[in-house]
Structure formats: structure tokens, C-alpha cells
Ligand binder design. Sequence first.
Ligand code: HEM
Ligand code: HEM
Length: 161
Amino acid sequence: MRLLHWLLVVSIGAAWATSDTIGPVHEWIGYAAAAIVGARLLWGFTGSTHARFGDFVAPPRTVVIYLRQIAAGSAPRHLGHNPAGGAMVLALLACVGLVAVSGWATTTELLWGYAWPVRVHAALAWLLVGLIVFHVAGVLLASWQHRENLVKAMITGVKRD
Ligand code: HEM
Ligand code: HEM
């Protein structure tokens, strides 16, 4: 799962780096990102405890309460994703999926030659950038509040109990 995460980061970086080039390179990199999201979705239903959606997807009310606790500096620590992190995981996976589907849609015969599908694809890609900024900010904030290096944990897989 950690490997999938960093492969996803690399593929989205590569998709951005190739977004000016029309042609199969950008498209296949985008499909690779979509495949990683697909694998993560499967893992979310069949994987180990903290990887399962059932372990970290919380109702919106719980997410709001947790966000208030973060603001007050009293958010409890979680070994898996905390409720806000869980909501962000879903938003990120959904957004990467939508970017890829909209990218594919621009290449179909039906939408060929129209300007708006590319605009939708670009807008979704920028929305993804916004989510990533909040995602990384959330990771840094949680690392600071709980005095633990979450980025290191996302590489080594080790978190203290
Ligand atoms: C393309 C950009 C990125 C995307 C799409 C992305 C997406 C995700 C997703 C979907 C998860 C959930 C992991 C899972 O349960 O499978 C996650 C977790 C995580 N990501 Fe990212 N990520 C991105 C960039 C980054 C970067 C740049 C960092 C480091 C600064 C980072 C650090 C982390 C950490 C530490 C976690 C685990 C959080 C926790 O312990 O709850 N991510 N990310
Ligand atoms: C999931 C990761 C992806 C990201 C982050 C991404 C991002 C972008 C961005 C930022 C642009 C530039 C839009 C503009 O001109 O303002 C672009 C263009 C484009 N993307 Fe993607 N994309 C992704 C996946 C895909 C996929 C899966 C396909 C198709 C199979 C695709 C097909 C295209 C096409 C055809 C263009 C534009 C070409 C043109 O300028 O006419 N993209 N993409």
C-alpha cells in the first residue's frame, strides 16, 4: 500500500510533467495512475486492518468534530487514518479517478474536437492539486501535533503504538 502511494505520487507528477504533450505518453501515465487507484480500491475491501475503508471512513459529523479538535489542538491520535485523513483519502482517490476518466473522455470519438472536455479535465487536475496541498498540509500538521514523522512512517511502515 505504501508502494502504491509513492507510485501514485510519481505517476501524478509525471502526468503533470507531460500534460503539455498531446499523445500516448501522457495518456498511458494517466491510465497507470487510474490503475493504482483501482488497486487501492480493491485493497480497501480486502486488505489488512488499517487499509480497509471500514477502518477509517467516518460519517461527516465525526469528520467535522475531528476538524474542530485539530483546531483546538486536542485531536486524538489514530494508528490508522484519522477521520479527517480518511475523508481526504476518499476525496483524493475519487479525484484522481475523475481526472483519468475525463482525460480518457477527451480522446473518445464522441467528444473529439470540442474544447470543453479538455477544460473539464484541466479543472479537475487543478482541483486535485488543491486537494494534494491540503493533504500534505494535513500530514504536516498531524505530524507536528502528535510529534511523529508521518512521512517517515509512510516509507518504513512503522508507527509507535
Ligand atoms: C500526488 C500526490 C499525492 C496523492 C494523490 C496522495 C494520496 C494519498 C492517499 C490516497 C493516501 C491514503 C493512503 C492509503 O490508505 O492508501 C495518502 C496517505 C498519506 N500520504 Fe499522500 N498523496 C500524495 C502526496 C503525498 C506527499 C507529497 C506526501 C509527503 C509529504 C504524502 C504523505 C502521505 C502520508 C504521510 C500518508 C499517511 C497518512 C496517515 O498516516 O494517515 N502524500 N496519500
Ligand atoms: C490522472 C492523472 C492525469 C493528470 C494529473 C492530468 C493532467 C492534465 C493536465 C494538467 C492537462 C493540461 C490541460 C490544459 O491544456 O490546460 C492535461 C491534458 C490532457 N490530458 Fe491529462 N491528466 C491525467 C490523465 C489523463 C488520461 C488518463 C488521459 C487520456 C487517456 C489524458 C488525456 C489528456 C489529453 C488528451 C489532454 C489534452 C490535450 C490537449 O491539449 O488537447 N489525461 N492533462
